[in-house]
Design a protein around this ligand. Structure first.
Ligand code: GLU
Length: 555
């Protein structure tokens, strides 16, 4: 067979050679240890939390070695692609501080970097250059099998209990003569380009995975499709060409690709290209049913699989990143506790220390990590983040915060601090309303569920509230002292210790007076500083809540 003739027949319009490509995309000049990593998503409009995790790890590896981290859009599957998919990826990652040194840009913006184009759909000629070269060297061939023919092969393999796939003697088009090929092409038959595999299943190859160590696997024997019938490459072929030309040193990708490694190794070898290093990340899992029933977070079943879920719930992005880092390297948490003033950028991520089996995504842990992160933010930082979140997700909080910033800052300080002590109650901004509805819910929507001890009889409550309504002491320098005086007037001991010594001499103590008022205002027997709460909500609303409580008690 004249391979040169075949190459011209299939790729007559490709005039470039691999050498031209090597000249156009020369090796990067970076320090020895610099890692060139990439995030290579398909723009399907859905950012999986596992995607953010992988991107974060790739970014850390590049940053900590003064390397390069770039974005490549694997947009060869036009059916799955959505409009503005790139924009969505770039903006949602940017919210987490995951930014690229080079690569694909949002629609309408210029790409950064000299190894582009960084969208696979724009690299057809590059792939075909390498495909043509493989054909020239007898390492790839056109396959004209129709869907029906492939189905027949499958059936035969089933009957013979043979391995499935297009290989060996099942590879019908492997040895077509040039005349047959030419006739097929003339007849307008569609074809794909396949690798002519030289693999032998008896032979083993080793993947030196940077996370898992050495993995032995049989050589690839499949004549895998390299170019689809429209001339667009499959992931396998595009990966090899792109990661070589773009100078990737570390391919960090999901472990679902481990089984393709033998094929990739073979493709690099066949194309005469140097292989990068590989690290296969274990997926993020969740428990489903029993103790040991783990499964991958599913786009369809689990809302928490989407990065957008965390934004919607109001987890600050630093919390999500912090949590992902604790999954990535279990020593991260201890490191950060010991170096409270440092950030992720100061940490040296180790691929070797990454988990090899699927890490469980633990919502409770995320919440705890987030409480810790929020407790470290200043009130002003909280304000900015809450407003950014509320703008899209909580209209009432947004209106409150923008119209009365001073009042809103007071509410932040209420749940952030307890005297001089920092509180760690809030893990996400949607907690605000769930935990402090009495501060953040508009008065006409507020439906307090009163939690009050039975020892407070309707008579006691009515008396305390009626008395309190006479003066709320909201302008008082010392609200608590005023409350003591008021309580004493109606038979409540101003001093708790004294009351305990002589409980029969009083109706109760100042604590009981305050509890009754607290329940009226917040629904709960415990709350942050009540005086501040009433000042924030104001005199009218406070009065309204007292009346509402009275009506409820005497219903
Ligand atoms: N587009 C592939 C994916 O989303 C990329 C895998 C890789 O990083 O090489 O799974």
């Amino acid at each position: 067979m004249d391979n040169n003739y075949l190459a011209e027949l299939l790729f007559g319009d490709i005039k470039t050679t691999p050498e031209d490509m090597f000249a156009k995309y020369p090796a990067r000049t970076l320090p020895d240890k610099a890692a060139v990593t990439r995030f290579a998503p398909s723009p399907t409009g859905f950012m999986h939390i596992g995607g953010l995790y992988a991107a974060l790890i790739s970014m850390c590896m590049a940053r900590q070695s003064d390397g390069v981290f770039y974005l490549r859009l694997e947009d060869t599957d036009k059916k799955r692609e959505i409009e503005h998919g790139a924009d969505e990826i770039i903006t949602s990652l940017a919210q987490y501080g995951v930014c690229f040194d080079e690569g694909a840009a949002a629609d309408g913006e210029a790409e950064k970097g000299s190894y582009g184009p960084y969208r696979q759909s724009m690299r057809k000629e590059i792939y075909q250059t390498f495909a043509k070269d493989l054909v020239k060297r007898g390492l790839a061939y056109p396959c004209f099998c129709s869907a029906e023919e492939l189905d027949e092969i499958r059936k035969a393999q089933e009957a013979e209990k043979a391995d499935m796939g297009y290989y060996g003697s099942y590879a019908k088009c492997r040895n077509l003569s040039i005349e047959e090929i030419e006739a097929n092409i003339k007849a307008g038959k569609e074809y794909v380009l396949r690798l002519r595999s030289d693999g032998n299943a008896e032979n083993k190859i080793t993947c030196r995975d940077l996370i898992r160590g050495n993995i032995e696997m049989p050589e690839n024997i499949m004549d895998v499709v390299l170019l689809k019938s429209d001339g667009i490459p499959t992931y396998h072929f595009a990966h090899v060409v792109d990661d070589f030309l773009m100078g990737t040193t570390h391919v960090i990708r999901g472990d679902e690709w481990i089984s393709s490694y033998p094929l990739h190794e073979q493709l690099f070898r066949a194309s005469g290209l140097k292989m990068p290093k590989y690290a296969h990340i274990a997926p993020i899992m969740k428990l489903d049913g029993g103790e040991n029933k783990k499964r991958k977070l599913s786009k369809r079943k689990d809302p928490e699989a989407a990065v957008g879920f965390y934004a919607e719930q109001g987890f600050p992005s630093v919390s999500v990143l912090e949590y992902l880092m604790t999954i990535a390297n279990s020593n991260y948490e201890e490191w950060h506790a010991a170096h409270a003033d440092k950030t992720i950028d100061d940490f040296t991520l180790s691929l070797k220390k990454m988990p090899v089996s699927g890490a469980l995504f633990d919502m409770v842990k995320l919440n705890d990590v987030s409480k810790e992160m929020i407790s470290k933010l200043t009130a002003e930082e909280c304000y900015d983040l809450i407003m950014e979140w509320a703008k899209e997700h909580d209209e009432n909080i947004y209106t409150f915060g923008t119209q009365d910033k001073d009042g809103f800052m007071k509410t932040i300080n209420l749940w952030k601090m307890s005297g001089k002590k920092v509180r760690k109650d809030v893990g996400k901004w949607s907690d605000l309303r769930a935990m402090f509805g009495y501060l953040y819910t508009p008065e006409d929507e507020l439906d307090l569920q009163y939690e009050i001890d039975e020892k407070y009889t309707p008579e006691m409550i009515t008396e305390v509230i009626e008395e309190y309504k006479k003066d709320l002491f909201l302008d008082s320098e010392d609200w608590f002292s005023s409350m003591k005086v008021m309580g004493e007037k109606i038979g409540y001991c101003p001093n708790v210790k004294e009351y305990k010594q002589n409980p029969d001499g009083y109706k109760g103590s100042i604590t009981d007076v305050c509890t009754i008022v607290r329940v009226a205002i917040t629904g709960k027997q415990n709350s942050p500083d009540l005086f501040t709460i009433m000042n924030v909500i104001g005199k009218d609303k406070t009065m309204g809540r007292l009346d509402k409580f009275l009506a409820w008690v005497n219903r």
